[in-house]
Design a protein around this ligand. Structure first.
Ligand SMILES: Nc1ncnc2c1ncn2[C@@H]1O[C@H](COP(=O)(O)OP(=O)(O)OP(=O)(O)O)[C@@H](O)[C@H]1O
Length: 371
């Protein structure tokens, strides 16, 4: 899968810009605040239908404009598609080959994997960042997961409101069983997806981490879930879930919140057997986050039969030469976009044939594909 052309009109700092990327590695080079991340964001937006850094779509429109338009020509399994997005006063609309489509209908047309500086939080910060990572990545290639998650969140909210209301109106307790059943059904489906995904991710991320660390470190991931203690209990998950809900009913009513279920899941990330969050160095945590993200390359390939487009925003800062080279070598089957403030090829060295420069100067794309 690759992108042949990207057009941006009144989007962020771009008035009217046409970018013709190449297959291989596209280095988006420019000083700070030139619009490098904005380009990455545009491709991510077309791919997933939302921005990874703006919660309000209106923010994407160029200042003093109510509308923006973006258009990409993408090639997927040798078929060309035109994917467009437009927004008017913060209301977005997507078009595939000229026809208006719902956001979920554009999923899978243009798959991207994004690494952004905030991804370090997956390793460094609390469980919500790891759940967000799991949710985003699984939804990327399993659209049904997005709907299960949405249903689960709806049921969870309704059940939590009911628990709060029972506190004041105890007769409502008779309706709780129906919600418990729905919670368990969607909760088990969600957990099953996460377990399968983590199994595959564990293998792939460890392979990559070994490459990045010169074979000196192992990376392992374990699923932390408050219903089952180990994967051996998986066949019993529904019964265990039922028991936990029954045993915690009184406490849940007094707290007005659901205590057990995938909404409190976590993933333990260990480097050489030690919790990376507590004991990992900055460099180790960075490499672990990169390994987790870049593992998606092969996982997407297994699931879709095609390599996704890789978007790497500021991945190279603070990484040594070996790690940089290893990352570049992992990208050789894909089309990739890498932002950086300086060229990644040292002066005097020959640029590899698969590397192309997109240079941004004064907020505009200046030289495209200079070799
Ligand atoms: N809606 C908007 N309209 C116009 N310009 C905008 C808008 N949103 C952001 N910008 C401009 O885009 C610039 C930031 O662009 P971006 O985040 O892509 O920079 P960058 O090149 O990735 O920088 P860095 O190397 O510092 O990360 C801001 O300085 C701002 O001037």
């Amino acid at each position: 899968m690759f992108i042949e052309e990207l057009k941006l009109i009144h989007y962020r700092n771009y008035e009217n810009e046409l970018i013709i990327p190449k297959r291989g590695i596209n280095i988006i080079m420019g000083e700070n605040a030139q619009g490098k991340t904005n380009l990455i964001e545009a491709m991510f937006f077309l791919s997933r239908g939302y921005s990874h850094r703006a919660s309000n779509v209106a923010e994407l429109a160029q200042w003093d404009h109510d509308d923006f338009f973006m258009n990409a020509r993408v090639v997927s399994k040798e078929v060309k598609h035109t994917l467009s997005a437009k927004s008017h006063q913060g209301k977005r609309q997507f078009l595939l080959d000229g026809k208006i489509k719902k956001r979920d209908k554009i999923n899978g047309i243009f798959n991207t994997i994004l690494f952004e500086p905030d991804d370090l939080k997956i390793v460094k910060e609390g469980p919500d960042k790891r759940r967000r990572f799991l949710n985003q990545e699984i939804s990327g290639f399993r659209p049904e997961y997005h709907y299960i998650l949405r249903d689960y969140e709806k049921i969870l909210n309704q059940r939590n409101s009911l628990l709060k209301n029972i506190h004041y109106q105890p007769s409502l307790i008779t309706t709780l069983d129906v919600w418990d059943e729905q919670l368990m059904q969607t909760g088990v489906r969600l957990m099953n997806h996460r377990i399968h995904y983590l199994h595959r991710l564990n293998r792939e991320a460890n392979n990559l981490h070994q490459v990045l660390s010169h074979g000196k470190e192992t990376l392992s991931l374990s699923y932390l879930n408050n219903i089952i203690d180990s994967l051996e209990e998986l066949s019993e998950i529904k019964n265990l879930y039922k028991k936990k809900l029954a045993a915690s009913r009184e406490e849940e009513i007094s707290r007005g919140a659901t205590i057990f279920g995938p909404h409190v899941d976590d993933m333990l990330i260990q480097i050489n057997g030690k919790d990376a969050r507590r004991f990992g160095s900055q460099g180790q945590q960075r490499s672990a986050a990169i390994s987790l993200k870049l593992s998606q390359i092969e996982i997407y390939y297994d699931n879709t039969g095609e390599y996704p487009v890789i978007l790497l925003d500021d991945i190279f800062s603070e990484l040594d030469e070996h790690r940089r080279k290893s990352i570049l070598s992992l990208l050789n089957k894909t089309q990739a976009f890498i932002t950086c403030t300086e060229d990644i090829v040292n002066e005097g060295d020959v640029r590899p044939e698969n590397q192309h420069i997109i240079e941004i100067v004064k907020g505009q794309v200046r030289k495209i594909n200079k070799l």
